[in-house]
Design a protein around this ligand. Sequence first.
Ligand code: PLP
Length: 402
Amino acid sequence: MTIQADAIEKDRNYSVPVAARPDFVLARGEGVTLYDTEGRAYTDWVAGIAVNALGYGDQELNAAVGQQMDTGLIHVSGLYHTQALAELAELLCSISFAEKVYFCNSGAEANEGALKFARKLAYNKELTHKTKVVSFSDAFHGRTMGALAITPKEKYQIPFRPMVPGAVVGEFNSIESASEIIDDETVAVIVEPIQGEGGINIATAEFLQALRQLCDQHQAALIFDEIQCGMGRTGELWAYSFSGVTPDIMTLAKPLAGGLPVGAVLTNEEVGSAMSPGDHGSTFSGGAVVMRAAEVVINRVISDGFMEHVKEVGDYLLERLSEINSPHITDVRGRGLIAGIELDIPPAGIVNQGYEHGLLLASSGSNVIRFIPPLIIEKKHVDELVEKLTSILEGIDDQAES
Ligand SMILES: Cc1ncc(COP(=O)(O)O)c(C=O)c1O
């Protein structure tokens, strides 16, 4: 039996079947290319779902993780200080609006934390009637019970009802809808400045500004979920920057530690200081190896030329995608290296054909192919992508005609 067949059989027999994985087994990665156990190469436009910002095999990242491992200090829990955590907290505050940071292990966990922080602030102010959390259509904030309640997609929610109470959904990018539902009972408003899972939908500056104003008016915390769109992916450090608005809380995860599991809740002084010892925590939060990895990723992303590269390749990606002449493409949108093409056919067929052409692609929403590659991807990879996508789309037309 091949390694591939063996791994697929074991996975099918023993893993809880929450994912439908394609029939190959990834074995190693280099740069923006992944290789399977049969030696086939795939240019990676998924990056572990917007995670592997520095691609695969980054020497500096590997060395930092190795050095921390060599100290013997992988994990000590949140009960004790480590230099790695303290330095990363300072670094994150120095490059953002934040004055306090809480580390955790995933995006969903960061959003759960954000919701609790907002609730604690209201509690401290004796505003315990404030329990409503507003999110927006097509949002994705995670799959744990609190995060799921504010992720308004029936497919994800129905089997797990009842949801955590208090979640109210407005229409994304509609100031009118936000004005109708944000009120004095609202404790928090959460929004992705660019919706990733929902179909690469970009919030307008006016919408984010209106949310800021409504949150101020009703003493609600404004949470920006930058888990997918943040940390340099748009060519700006924070995707919301274009709006001129500052949130009270921002959640990060995915790319922050270059592929190691991490989440972070960044807060202003008021929100962060509302939390006291024992209010929140997690055994693995802020592990030293992960913190050292994140330090490397952040320093690389803010280093000279890095975000300019993201912007340049991102612009080129949008330009080249717009040139694909296919009747099936109904829109091309994005910012930096978070982009998508909207289709009038289901994207799954194209994702599957991508594998045969040596491309890893991911869908988003119901009809979008999304591009969220390692941030080190280059224009030559864009050319390869466009050439292969064009051929896949032409193949679909030929099939339809025959
Ligand atoms: C915007 C956003 N928030 C939250 C999450 C949840 O993150 P995780 O899968 O790490 O729990 C995701 C994951 O796709 C996301 O894109």
